[in-house]
Design a protein around this ligand. Structure first.
Ligand SMILES: C[S@@+](CC[C@H](N)C(=O)[O-])C[C@H]1O[C@@H](n2cnc3c(N)ncnc32)[C@H](O)[C@@H]1O
Ligand SMILES: [Zn+2]
Length: 216
């Protein structure tokens, strides 16, 4: 899956009417799911009732595109995202030849946020992507999955999933061991740098004290 993007506003007219009436902004997606604001980021998808492990939640629909078009869109959307500070692309790998660009209005699954402790997963069934519950999800629980982002640009994707095991960055679980090593090295380097600057500051204070004594 490529980098994903956020949409500024999924339902402007709906939000305007709710905002003026002071009611919460909630949109029913299907029997199981609804769309509302998320503490993780922007809009999120939530359970309308208790959901059992293994339940089929929603199809991730979109436009089927070949890899060349996918790379072109991915890059263009990523550049635009860097400019606006908003998210990026909604592209899923379907198979070796095809991808699915989920950036279409009817695709509510695109609002599912990432979590380091996801409760759902995307499954390719005959080249259709379905989101299934990985565990029992209580009513009002936010639906999340692992975006599976590559580690390469991890600094661009800080994670705010809030899970106790959050890695701090949106990176595929399979690359967590590598990310842990990188983060440990970074922390060690920062610690060394902080130690050096403390020593430097101590030296400066000593020099200043010595100078003062000399001038007496
Ligand atoms: C496909 S959108 C998900 C829906 C998004 N919340 C929205 O309102 O459009 C993906 C974007 O949501 C944000 N996002 C999703 N999960 C996140 C997380 N765990 N931490 C921080 N940002 C997240 C990132 O900006 C990401 O690029
Ligand atoms: Zn996280």
């Amino acid at each position: 899956m490529g980098v994903m993007s956020s949409v500024k506003h999924p339902h402007p007219s709906r939000q305007d009417s709710h905002a003026s009436s002071g009611q919460p902004e909630i949109l029913e997606i299907n029997r199981l799911l609804e769309l509302r604001r998320s503490s993780i980021h922007g809009w999120g998808v939530f359970a309308r009732c208790d959901i059992s492990e293994g339940a089929r939640l929603i199809e991730y629909v979109g436009e089927k595109i070949d890899k060349e078009e996918s790379n072109r869109r991915g890059l263009a959307q990523y550049e635009k995202a860097k400019e606006t500070g908003e998210g990026a692309v909604y592209i899923f790998d379907l198979d070796e030849e095809w991808d699915l660009d989920g950036d279409v209005p009817e695709n509510y699954a695109k609002y599912i946020n990432h979590s380091c402790a996801p409760n759902s997963e995307a499954v390719n069934e005959d080249n259709r992507l379905w989101i299934f519950a990985l565990k029992d999800i209580p009513a009002n629980g936010e639906i999340t999955f692992d975006y599976g982002y590559d580690i390469e640009h991890y600094l661009d994707h800080p994670c705010r999933c809030g899970a106790p095991e959050c890695m701090g960055y949106i990176v595929s679980r399979v690359q967590w061991p590598k990310l842990r090593r990188i983060l440990a090295r970074t922390r060690a380097a920062q610690k060394r740098a902080a130690g050096k600057s403390t020593k430097k500051a101590a030296k400066k204070t000593k020099k200043a004290t010595t100078k003062k004594r000399k001038t007496r």
